[in-house]
Ligand binder design. Structure first.
Ligand code: TZP
Ligand code: MG
Length: 220
């Protein structure tokens, strides 16, 4: 995947694990979200009540197959071994995880995404060979308990003004109402957890978000 294709894939990025689905079946949630038009998926099985071991691997394998069947890139959060076992399309790592340069070396051919919170972190991620950045939290979130301070879309504008051209998504508290501000600040797309995984209709929520993002037109 070249960087333009990655930009397109990042338009509507669903990030999710079983504990984000409010008791619903994560497979059904992902299937509905794909029908609604999500363009990329990250398996993020962490936090209270997250599956462990074999159960985690089995769920990951089912979600991975679904993504492969539907042509949706499948990314694994944090876990290099799991990414390899699931033959993921990529891995997403935070500032506290293994360094991006090591991932780049050890997972050749995989997409490497990095969470960055300011221009300096974005520059380091770029130097380390990151393929895309996740920037947040844009807005208040109840999904990630250890999220940093809310930054707002201005942090994305600062990265773009500072010369960061990498494909980039905003994350944290994003929904159809505030997604336009994130795109206008310079993001290629948005990454969401609860706006889709906890919606009454994940399919409708995804479709509404995608329409909103398309209507801004940066990616046309
Ligand atoms: N990283 C920064 S904020 C966040 C992550 C994983 C959680 C976003 O969840 P939500 O429900 O879209 O606010
Ligand atoms: Mg992490």
């Amino acid at each position: 995947m070249n960087s333009e294709q990655l930009r397109q894939a990042l338009r509507l990025y669903l990030v999710m694990g079983s504990s984000n689905c409010a008791g619903a079946d994560p497979y059904a949630v992902l299937e509905a979200a794909i029908e609604g038009g999500i363009t990329m998926f990250q398996f993020r099985e962490k936090g209270a009540g997250a599956l462990q071991g074999q159960a985690r691997l089995e769920l990951g394998a089912r979600l991975r197959r679904l993504c492969a069947q539907r042509g949706v890139p499948f990314i694994v959060n944090d876990d290099e071994r799991l990414a390899l076992e699931l033959e993921a399309d990529g891995i997403h790592i935070g500032q506290e995880d293994a360094p991006a340069a090591a991932m780049r070396r050890r997972l050749p051919g995989m997409i490497v995404g990095v969470s960055a919170h300011d221009l300096l972190e974005a520059e380091s991620a770029l130097a380390a060979g990151a393929d895309y950045l996740g920037v947040g939290p844009q807005y208040a979130t109840r999904t990630k308990l250890d999220a940093r301070e809310v930054q707002g879309p201005a942090v994305i504008a600062r990265m773009r003004a500072g010369g960061i051209r990498l494909p980039l998504v905003g994350i944290g508290g994003i929904d159809a109402a505030n997604a336009p501000a994130v795109i206008r600040a310079g993001a290629d797309g948005v990454a969401v957890v609860s706006a889709i995984s906890q919606a009454r209709s994940p399919k409708q929520a995804a479709a509404e978000l995608l329409n909103t993002i398309k209507s801004i037109g940066r990616n046309s």
